[in-house]
Design a protein around this ligand. Sequence first.
Ligand code: GRF
Length: 194
Amino acid sequence: MLKIGVMASGGGSNFKAIIDHIGEGDLEAQCKFLITNNGTCGAVAHAQEYGIPVYHISGKTHPVVAEYEAALLDVIDRYDIDLLILAGYMKALPVSIVRRLPDRILNIHPSLLPKFGGKGFWGIHVHEAVIAAHEKESGPTVHLVSEEIDKGRILAQVKVPVLEDDTPEVLAARVLVQEHNLYWKTIRDYAAQL
Ligand code: GRF
């Protein structure tokens, strides 16, 4: 059985979609933990609802960088996970974690990478930039996490149209629906090759 751990900071809709597909038997996996840097985010509420252990590890709980990294590694090493899933984790992952799990960390990004990725491209800013550049299409990318932000190997993408009167929020919602369809399938397909 595939064992995953999830890291999230926000509403947690991708996290919830993954756990729901596990619950429905579409994705044969166990989610061992949620690590968050925001103890009051939506993802925490979802984890509690499903009885998944939550670890709140942030610059506030661990102000010393080395202790922050050690706390993350401690959780990751405690569970024998096959994959670490970033589901809206809004902080760059320390290089020590990336090196601990080579080719075993997946992220979802709300643009067609390599476009609109890297520093500054997060959350609504991604969609603002897509609209400002008059792109005709956008969509989520699932990729492996490497030491350079948003530069790891692309595993899957889905395209959606960008419409004339789209606001960043409307486009974000259209992309998010596709994220929920794409992430669990990509986890399943990638895990099958391990
Ligand atoms: C998604 O748009 C994802 O692509 C990005 O962060 C957002 C997380 O949304 N990395 P949610 O917390 O899963 O609802």
